[in-house]
Design a protein around this ligand. Sequence first.
Ligand code: GUN
Length: 294
Amino acid sequence: MELLDGKKISNQIKDEIAIEVAKMKERGEKVPHLAAVIVGNDGASLTYVGSKVKSCERVGFESTLIQLPATTSEVELLNKIEELNDNDDIDGFIVQLPLPPQIDTQKVLLTVNPDKDVDGFHPMNFGKMALDMSTFIPATPFGILELLERYNVETQGKHTVVIGRSHIVGRPMSILMGRKGWPGNSTVTLTHSRTKNITQIISQADIIISALGIPNFLKAEMVKDDAVVIDVGITRVPDETKKRGYYLAGDVDFENVSKKASFITPVPGGVGPMTIAMLLKNTLLARERHKENR
Ligand code: GUN
């Protein structure tokens, strides 16, 4: 078994980006500027956004964190997004999901200028991704592709089973793994809560990408020998013995599944840090495109 070490690879990617930023500075150019909007006080979302902003500092980007109260109205949020669209200093921005119930997420995603949509969630960018056109690929799926590539994992002709059809991970992942090229050229099955015989389907997978959010869902008995296992789950499980009051659990019973898998991601330290690295990569791309379009 080989560990797909997202922490290590994400640090390599951040180092590569930092070198690019240093060159920009040497040339007297403006450095990339990422803004992140968060609405409300969800602990996990605050942690994720905090890490995204901190990573900007690490690579030399500028960053802006916009924290809005949980009571923010849809109009107020849309106005903030328009402000970011119009602010020429900002190269890219994200609106952290999920949003409070009074806000229509689809309206929000449609309001983000596709050129600044470093999450790749705008329908125009999502459509371009599905059509193999150059665009921003959503950071988590992009991070998984990058891990597969850097560890030289064969995907061509393999049966990839994606578990979960969220717009952020499962759905784009299923499209990307079936695209022409590498990583890709896979035969993809997208499974979800209504899938019949899910255990049987998973047992036929060469590559399993689990984005379900149910701790310990994937057991060793469900996994074929030498399968590649990517665990996107990251659930906070209450635990009073921990200082933070919880521990982080993936979807995969790592202890037992790792004995059968050929490659496997740990939680934490697998897909999570890759998401942040790829968001930075998208922001660098946004800056380069922004510069060209002036
Ligand atoms: N919520 C969970 N993952 C993500 C992500 O990649 N981007 C945003 N904006 N929100 C998220």
